[in-house]
Design a protein around this ligand. Sequence first.
Ligand code: C2E
Ligand code: CA
Ligand code: CA
Length: 299
Amino acid sequence: MAERGEEDNAATLLRRASEALADAKASDSATVRVAEAGEEDAPVDRLAAELRQAIEHGDIDILFQPQVSVSTGAIVGVEALARWDHAMLGMIGADALFAAAARADLEIGLSDHIQRIVMARATAWPAALSGLRLSLNLTAGDIARPGFADLFLDRIDASGFPRRRLTLEITESGLIEDLGIAATLLATLRSAGCRIAIDDFGTGYSSLAYLKSLPLDYLKIDKKLSQDITGTVRDRVVVRGVIDMARSLGLSVIAEGVETTEQLDLLAKEGCQYYQGFLCSEPVDVVTLLRLVEAQAKI
Ligand code: C2E
Ligand code: CA
Ligand code: CA
């Protein structure tokens, strides 16, 4: 049994991680703020040790959220999403997990670990899932890392998962550092057979520059923007404009955070081709994913 003091410590660590995230969200930079020297006794070493231990003990788990074709209703792919199964605090979501990793300066280690386990899991999928695409989120640290393309492609090839079934999701905050470097990396990954998605579209300021200059296949509409489809006339005009623009640029559109049939119907009417969201399923483990796919096959 953990001592009460330890529990308090763990809770403090996670609270601080969430605070870092809240700071990041509130700031313009869209990056997680790292504690400054001299700031109130930040237990960063302890957090780093906990995270390292979580990685070593296999406490980082991966769930898969279905991506659905709007026209057929079929599950055509999944996005891999990380969770921290914390001994004392229960399941911790990806945002707090990555905020904690940023604070502990372990982003690259965490990202490497996640990529390894995602590929190991996906390679071991049962035959019924062998037609699905797999979407993987890349971090800003991945993109900025020298030699990342080779390292990543070697990792994919070593896993045996076909490159052509892989989509890499990138966010604006992952690109902001140096658009030229990011564009070169994405072009390399794309010519190696992977597809590229721009994630969380509609949450930043300079997205249009990215759309023009990056080699992209998909545009993922952020859940706030997807949900605006049932908002005011002005809200809808913006969603429609984004979908039209993406399609005119030859990109497929994936709406995130679709929770109701009303949202789905309106997004479908505007030409959105794929969706993700609780309307189909929350992120699930492989057993549940298989059940969902098999249930569809019977219809
Ligand atoms: P994201 O890529 O935009 O992922 C979608 C997030 O929205 C997920 O949160 C998902 O659980 C949540 N979501 C899905 N459907 C719905 C819905 O219908 N309604 C609502 N309200 N929410 C929905 P999650 O898993 O907490 O992930 C948060 C973010 O953390 C992700 O945002 C992604 O940017 C990042 N992330 C998650 N897993 C990984 C990972 O393995 N690697 C990297 N690099 N980033 C990850
Ligand atoms: Ca994503
Ligand atoms: Ca997203």
